[in-house]
Write a protein of this length. Structure first.
Lengths: 421, 144
């Protein structure tokens, strides 16, 4: 592997033990992928932030003890809890303590206190063609596919080492050639234009896409150009949970895939799959397990973190009504968006309607036993995909409007979908 | 016993024989595995409710959350981790835990790759034997 003099010095420990460890692990990764050189990164997104066990806390503190510092601007992903209001969520003090240890160590490494899984909606978005190292599956997919910056699927705590070294092996999706789409998924003849007006259509299509494509790079075509950023965000989250997707080419939206020829870098798709209403119904059956009028304990929104536009949608849907006394409506967002809805007066209005708005935290980390929550509903394909594995309960999925109606009624309210029989 | 060609991404220190947990489904360690007991928690996965602890866990490739790295490291700490991982392709999500644990804790979690045809041959196997060097593993259709 070709190494610059600086990289050799990093590897030899001339720039400290932390950078040596970082470079050593990244070098081994490069060997595995048969890489011939490193590439410098301009930013890093740190997903070693949700507490998943003592190992990650120890490791970050060990890095701090070695004197490690990030070499590039590094944003923090969501944490497990709202750091200021964990008691309101009824989270354990132990989880709070662990989260504060994570906060302290990552700040000591020089991270930016963004604490969000949608950093691009909090002012941190790399631009087209930039090399970055991101962890967090849905951030990775959005950054690659919608922004057109380049990252592989880095997992925590490997991204910390990439941030410390300021470089990664030049492999995978850092290389233009490997970003070429191989297969194509298109909506079938029975997918009517009106279906694209339903936010959950995008979620179900994305779920089916991830399920079929697995860990490959494929394109999807036949979508209208006016898809909202929040639908792109939710699609990225969903297909990165049903599949191992790091990059999808949404033809006409993805910067390097403005047309089919660009997506396939001049070649032809090796495989073309058509998704019809049957496939959308199948995806819906995987994510939406609740029927109309079933009682709901918790409606949880903000997976990925809610945007200003989504808060407007939620407020419109609530029409001034209060959340049902037997139901919780929780929304998770980032600190910047929270500041903006506070300034606009929305925070006050939504709070007085019974909406609980949290920052930093993750909807997937819900202390269900404390709240005795047995039935969950969300607008998130990602939440609904992981819900059973984390809580043992099958959730319901609906649009923001359906979630709002359900929270007001305390039971599931569903619109009739055009893809139903 | 059959000999199957493979690549040792991370080889064990010495020869080990392990029970095999084989699956044709990709997995997300976050949300798909319970770190506390090492059991598969995703009801759609072929190995649902089965434990991977101290076994060779074969799945074609990783999917889903980047929490995989942290979950695998925590499983290694709790001693609920698989004793080896066998994939067709190993993405950085899966490789992170074994790679960092190797350099940081000096703890080896062998990672083995093999092509699709060879992977399919593992389907009816009960145990496998891994070696510190070389390019093959042994697979056994019955328990020893």
């Amino acid at each position: 592997m070709y190494l610059t003099d600086y990289e050799k010095a990093l590897l030899n420990g001339e720039h400290g033990e932390a950078r040596r460890l970082a470079m050593r692990v990244l070098y081994d990764l490069g060997e595995y992928y048969e890489v011939d050189r490193f590439v410098e990164i301009v930013a890093c997104h740190d997903d070693s932030t949700v507490f998943l066990g003592e190992a990650q806390v120890e490791f970050a503190e060990h890095l701090v003890g070695m004197g490690a510092r990030f070499a590039v601007p590094t944003t923090t992903n969501a944490s497990a809890i709202d750091m200021s209001r964990f008691d309101r969520q009824k989270h354990d003090v132990e989880l709070m303590t662990a989260t504060r240890r994570i906060e302290a160590s990552h700040m000591a490494l020089g991270a930016i206190a963004s604490w969000t899984c949608a950093p691009y909606q909090a002012g941190f978005a790399p631009t087209f063609g930039q090399q970055v190292a991101c962890a967090e599956s849905k951030v990775i997919t959005f950054v690659n596919s919608i922004l057109g910056a380049r990252t592989n699927r880095y997992a925590g705590p490997l991204e910390l080492l990439a941030g410390i070294a300021g470089r990664v092996p030049y492999f995978g999706l850092h290389v233009a050639e490997n970003r070429k789409a191989r297969g194509l998924i298109v909506p079938g003849d029975d997918i009517a234009p009106e279906m694209f007006e339903h936010d959950s259509f995008y979620t179900y299509f994305a779920y089916a896409f991830g399920d079929i494509v697995g860990d490959r790079v494929w394109a999807m075509d036949g979508f209208p150009p006016h898809i909202s950023v929040d639908n792109l965000k939710n699609m990225s989250a969903t297909l990165a949970s049903s599949g191992g997707i790091a990059l999808f080419h949404l033809v006409g939206i993805t910067p390097e895939a403005q047309n089919l020829e660009m997506a396939f870098q001049g070649e032809k798709p090796r495989e073309v799959v058509t998704l019809g209403c049957k496939d959308i119904r199948k995806a819906e059956a995987q994510l939406n397990h609740l029927g109309a009028n079933e009682k709901i304990d918790l409606v949880t929104l903000g997976c990925p973190h809610f945007s200003c536009a989504e808060f407007l949608k939620l407020e419109d849907a609530l029409k001034g009504r209060k959340v049902h006394g037997n139901c919780l409506l929780w929304v998770f967002t980032n600190r910047s968006t929270y500041g903006m809805i506070q300034d606009s007066g929305q925070l006050h209005r939504l709070s007085s309607q019974g909406v609980e708005i949290f920052v930093d935290g993750c909807p997937l980390q819900h202390p269900a036993e404390k709240w005795k929550t047995n039935t969950f509903m969300s607008n998130s394909g990602k939440f609904c995909n992981y819900c059973f594995g984390l809580t043992g309960k099958h959730p319901g999925l609906g649009t923001i409007a359906e979630c709002a109606e359900s929270a007001v009624a305390g039971k599931v309210w569903q619109e009739r979908k055009p893809w139903w029989k | 016993m059959v000999e199957i060609a493979c690549e040792y991404v991370i080889a064990p220190r010495k020869t080990i024989r392990l029970e095999l947990l084989f699956s044709n489904d990709p997995i997300s360690f976050f949300g798909g595995v319970n770190a506390a007991d090492g059991k598969v928690a995703d009801y759609r996965h072929g190995s649902y409710q089965q434990s991977m602890s101290n076994k060779a866990f074969a799945f074609p490739f990783g999917k889903g959350s980047s929490g995989a790295g942290l979950v695998l490291m925590e499983m290694m700490r709790l001693k609920t981790a698989p004793a080896a991982i066998i994939n067709i392709r190993t993405d950085p999500f899966i490789l992170t835990g074994p790679l960092i644990s190797w350099h940081y804790y000096e703890q080896i979690l062998p990672v083995i790759n093999m092509n699709e045809q060879n992977y399919a041959r593992l389907a009816n196997m009960k145990e496998i034997e891994l070696f510190a060097t070389g390019t093959v593993l042994n697979a056994f259709p019955n328990n020893s």
